[in-house]
Design a protein around this ligand. Structure first.
Ligand code: ADP
Ligand code: MG
Length: 562
């Protein structure tokens, strides 16, 4: 039975944005969106850029013959019926214009089979059916578009080079794959395999396929189910994947991506929340990697920020901002779930390898059994300080192994978060004289709130200082350091760094335990505000492998036990 129908004229008037088939990329975007709307989970794309041709095959719902006849008519769609539906759209398309436009601009051939029906291949020219024939085809749809802009060659001019177009097509497919991780993609360029992406239940498995230097263990994912702000009985889903700051970063701000209801969008207000949630967790000039997918009611979203639906407004923006903030905090906490054991094993194995090499002690891999990675999850929170090594590392015992925590940066993280939460300038009991300050330095100090009086020509007096520095003997040097530049955040990092326990300081067990307990509770326990990793977990499984505890007694001693 046909499901496609023409839209009423009042709806056409409301949505008339004009379909933009201005390139091969636009054709691919429209056809892929149709395949996704048809619930395909396998999409095969064959591109022939020099021939202005593309073929897209999907295993989605398919169309029957009646729909195949209707689909190229202007404003015909199966996705909405009347104007009320416009506020409930959950599909990517709804205007019913793309196939119509494509059939006007190219040769179009659609083969499709729906359910138990027989399959049909229909050939269109300028929006009209010119041939129909039954064919044997699996459920789904194959659309062949060729000789695009053949009747309108001027449109071919002015398009970017083929290599540039291919780049855009690749990034379009990457974005779609990220937003629809369940889909497997096979992409061919001139009949040669170009790239493919295996489907999965999570974008966490997709990202490493798009960025080769990232592995799944570098990423942490959280999925929150939240009652929708506009509709209590509807549950929205917030899915956030973040590259863990102690092991994953970008050199440009190019990978903080947001999707809403299956479509990549720009939403600077949410991007900002992600960036500030991860600020001061990475080294200078390093940027986070994050992907946020919000699935909520269509009524929450206003697509009218940008005609190409790439920028949106969210009606309950502050609600979502708060949720994203909470999600990041939960992701970065050191909980059993958030610690990837595989990753720590990899790191520890590297450490152990170095140790082995230094001893000239070769391991015969054949006799070392593989580690069983499916160990039960044990809480990582009970960390007990047991010793200090080199007056620098705290050794902490945990039911699953040993952790080494660098005391200075762990304390720096604690102090930094305290300072950010409560930045206070307190009056100095005796003002501090600062000699030979340049005008720049004076401005810099004033900028962060220090009260400065001029005293003679080149002498200044500071009357207050950040609380943590005020009582320190080196307060004068600290103020000079703060006068050298940077914004308030830089000043806070510098203050935390100067005030933190130095490496080389002897600590009692109680002091170490107190520090561990405070550090565990910080928002970003993985890295210090400069982005350096704070701890190394030596897991018992790695140690037991190193000490060959898995050897079978007897066999390993050359005894043959029957
Ligand atoms: P829209 O996507 O806005 O509805 P299109 O012109 O892109 O408009 O497509 C028209 C109709 O053709 C769709 O509503 C859908 O019913 C049908 N259609 C298009 N492509 C496919 C496909 N790959 N699988 C199943 N149905 C499709
Ligand atoms: Mg469409």
């Amino acid at each position: 039975m046909s499901i496609i129908h023409p839209l009423p004229s009042d709806v056409i008037a409301l949505i008339a944005a004009g379909e933009v088939i201005d390139s091969l990329t636009a054709v691919i975007r429209e056809l892929v969106e149709n395949a996704i709307d048809a619930e395909a989970n396998r999409i095969v794309i064959s591109i022939y850029p020099e021939l202005w041709k593309v073929k897209i095959a999907d295993n989605g719902r398919g169309m029957d013959l009646e729909d195949l006849r209707l689909c190229v008519q202007p404003h015909t769609t199966s996705k909405i019926v009347d104007r009320d539906d416009l506020w409930k759209i959950t599909s990517l398309g709804f205007r019913g214009e793309a196939l119509h436009s494509i059939s006007q601009l190219a040769n179009l051939e659609i083969s499709s089979r729906q359910g138990e029906n027989i399959g049909w291949k229909v050939h269109y020219q300028e929006g009209k059916v010119i041939e129909e024939k039954p064919i044997a085809i699996a459920q789904g749809t194959i659309i062949l578009v060729s000789n695009l802009f053949g009747n309108c060659p001027v449109r071919r001019k002015g398009l970017p080079s083929v290599s540039q177009q291919l780049k855009t097509i690749q990034s379009l497919i990457y974005q779609m794959a990220l937003c629809h991780p369940e889909i497997t993609w096979l992409v061919f360029n001139q009949d040669k395999p170009w790239f493919n992406i295996s489907g999965s239940d999570s974008p966490k498995a997709i990202i490493p396929q798009l960025i080769k230097s990232v592995s799944e263990t570098d990423l942490q994912e959280i999925i929150l189910s939240i009652p929708s702000p506009d509709k209590e009985d509807h549950i929205s889903q917030l899915n956030l994947v973040v590259g863990l700051p102690d092991r994953c970063f970008r050199y440009r701000l190019d990978w903080v991506k947001i999707a809403v209801n299956g479509r990549r969008v720009n939403c600077p207000e949410l991007e900002q929340i992600i960036l500030s949630g991860l600020s001061q967790t990475l080294p200078r000039d390093h940027f986070p990697l994050a992907f946020l997918h919000l699935k909520t009611t269509p009524a929450e979203i206003d697509w009218n920020r940008h005609p190409a639906k790439t920028e949106i407004y969210l009606h309950s923006l502050s609600f979502w901002q708060e949720q994203v903030k909470l999600a990041i905090e939960a992701l970065l906490k050191l909980t059993p779930e958030s610690l990837s054991k595989d990753y720590h094993n990899q790191r520890v194995n590297m450490v152990l390898k170095v140790a082995e090499n230094e001893q000239g002690y070769a391991v015969d891999k054949a006799i070392v059994p593989e580690i069983n990675s499916s160990r039960s999850t044990v809480s990582l929170l009970p960390l007990k300080a047991v010793a200090q090594v080199l007056n620098m590392y705290i050794v902490a015992e945990h039911p699953q192994g040993i952790w080494l925590i660098e005391q200075h940066i762990a304390h720096e993280r604690v102090l930094y978060e305290q300072i950010v939460d409560r930045w206070q300038l307190v009056p100095l009991s005796s003002p501090i004289v600062l000699d030979k300050l340049t005008d720049y330095q004076v401005d810099q100090l004033i900028k962060i709130g220090i009260e400065i009086d001029t005293f003679g020509e080149k002498t200044h007096i500071a009357r207050n200082a950040p609380e943590l520095l005020a009582k320190r003997e080196d307060c004068q040097q600290a103020l000079l350091e703060l006068s050298l530049g940077g914004d308030l955040q830089t000043a806070q990092v510098a203050t935390a760094c100067r005030s933190a326990i130095r490496n080389g300081t002897l600590l009692s067990l109680e002091e170490m335990q107190l520090l561990i307990d405070q550090w565990k509770l910080t928002r970003n326990p993985r890295t210090c505000p400069h982005g350096r990793p704070i701890f190394l977990a030596l897991e018992e499984s790695s140690l037991s492998r190193f000490f060959r505890r898995n050897w079978v007694i007897g066999k390993s001693h050359g005894l043959l036990l029957s």
